[in-house]
Design a protein around this ligand. Sequence first.
Ligand SMILES: [Zn+2]
Length: 126
Amino acid sequence: MIETTLSCPCGSGLTFTECCQLVHSNQGKATTAEALMRARYSAFAVGNIDFLYNTFHPTTRRFQHKDAIQQWAQENKWMQLNIIKATFSTVEFEAHYLDSTLQVQIHHEKSTFKRQGNLWYYVDGR
Ligand SMILES: [Zn+2]
């Protein structure tokens, strides 16, 4: 588990406990799509597979497999998140990571989120 005094993986400048960990323990703390996006990135960084799985929108969650998420989270080293543009329900971002052969990779995605009740969910990305 990550040290709680470390700065949050999402790059907010806050500590992990002041930032994405709050969302990891209570999804309702993500009041915007961007906050959920940041928490999902941090979940990759700290290996919180249940959070990643549970924050898929119910319509896309059934296509997800926890073991595949876990493999993707663990075989890469998550270096940095850049939010390029966030709207009410979309977030365009770049995730910088080292792959299993220690090559720098940049994952550029525009993600779509949906709010259901008072919770935000990740729908999909392209
Ligand atoms: Zn954070």
